[in-house]
Design a protein around this ligand. Structure first.
Ligand code: FAD
Length: 341
């Protein structure tokens, strides 16, 4: 049979990393990325890009741990290479602080990040409103550089990029054998997934180059994440809100909360305010399906619904999606050899 044609729908961190894993695993396939929006206009471009996982209730912890470990290991190698600055990947140390000791003192990812430990009393003096804290070193992806770096690698492998809104995955049937759905929150409309909902997040990107350590309140709402060219201040988590317009009173509130954690931010210069919709569901949808219509078949792999953890998990889920694409290729080869008999 001819080399299978694979379309990846979506050019956020999930779509691009999935396309890379598919192109690497199956070099004989022709791979294309189709997306309504590319960097710098995706949800992934709004994210802080920190590797600190959020627990998804519908996915077993050992699976989430495996996805995080694969992502951390992959990005750690990039951070330790000549590619680090172009890819926007760097190590960052800091603190996660709590107003009271959390029920779970050792999160599942504590042995994957580097040097995880309980903060000392002396360190906690920096945070007079907090009683307990964890110090560790993790990785951060700066966006859009990381997305642009992935796009460049994909183009070098011959992967085509098309700006295109897909109304229905069936419309790709005549051009592609396999379609990988990495549409993020767009999957709500694209495949009518009612379990997928937005969790709106508003962040500020400020100029404060003296802030070198990350600070995250354990409630997950307030955070300060220094990147290469700006510091991300957050945030909000508004379930079921589809609004992409920044709210000025929220901007003020975020800035105030961040200044109370890191008073030196009073001198920061505001650069921009951004809003993104986290594609949330109880678990990431990583699934293979066969769609049939009037005797025609379309092989579909879903990889979306990463919620607050798209950066933390992307490489692990991309590898799993590529494995599912491999199963589709095997099914295609099987049906083509049976047709010849
Ligand atoms: P997206 O980036 O939204 O990409 C979806 C792609 O699909 C886009 O290219 C879009 O144009 C395309 N698409 C959609 N529908 C269609 C269609 N019908 N036809 C064609 N193309 C279509 N995660 C972390 O791990 N760490 C963090 O620190 C972090 N911080 C965050 C802060 C904020 C404020 C927000 C909002 C999110 C944050 N996240 C973080 C979560 C992270 O941003 C998401 O999990 C991740 O970006 C999801 O990536 P994605 O590729 O699935 O979706």
């Amino acid at each position: 049979m001819a080399a299978p044609k694979v379309a990846v729908v979506g050019a956020g961190v999930v779509g691009l990393s999935t396309a890379l894993c598919v192109a690497d695993a199956f070099p004989a396939c022709s791979v294309a990325v189709l997306a309504q929006r590319f960097a710098p206009s995706t949800t992934s471009d709004v994210a802080a890009g920190m590797l600190i996982p959020h627990t998804a209730p519908g996915t077993p912890i050992h699976v989430q741990k495996q996805w995080f470990k694969e992502t951390f290991t992959y990005l750690f190698a990039i951070s330790n290479s000549a590619e680090a600055s172009e890819a926007g990947i760097h190590l960052v140390s800091g603190w996660q602080v709590f107003k009271s000791t959390p029920g779970e003192e050792l999160p599942f990812w504590s042995d994957i990040v580097l040097g995880f430990r309980t903060m000392s009393e002396a360190e906690l003096q920096k945070f007079p409103q907090h009683r307990y804290g964890q110090a560790f070193t993790t990785l951060k992806c700066d966006c859009p550089p990381y997305l642009l770096w992935m796009e460049k690698r994909l183009k070098a492998k011959g992967v085509q990029m098309y700006t295109r809104k897909v109304e229905n995955l069936w419309e790709l049937h005549s051009e592609y054998n396999i379609v990988v759905n990495c549409a993020g929150i767009g999957a709500h409309q694209l495949v009518g997934d009612q379990q997928l909902f937005p969790v709106r997040g508003q962040v500020l990107k400020v100029h404060a180059p003296w802030v070198k350590n990350f600070i995250r309140d354990g409630d997950g709402l307030t955070y300060i994440y220094p990147g290469i060219s700006s510091v991300t201040l957050g945030g909000t988590r508004e379930k079921e809100s589809w609004s992409l317009s920044p709210d000025p009173s929220t901007t003020k509130d975020i800035f105030g909360r961040c200044c109370s954690l890191e008073p030196s931010l009073q001198a920061a210069q505001e650069m921009k305010v951004q809003v993104g919709l986290r594609p949330s569901r109880a678990s990431v949808r990583l699934q293979r399906e066969v769609w049939s219509q009037g005797g025609a078949k379309l092989l579909v792999v879903h990889n979306y619904g990463h919620g607050s953890g798209g950066f933390s998990m992307h490489r692990g889920t991309a590898k799993e999606a590529a494995r599912l694409v491999g199963e589709c290729i095997a099914a295609l080869q099987d049906s083509s050899s049976r047709a010849k008999l």
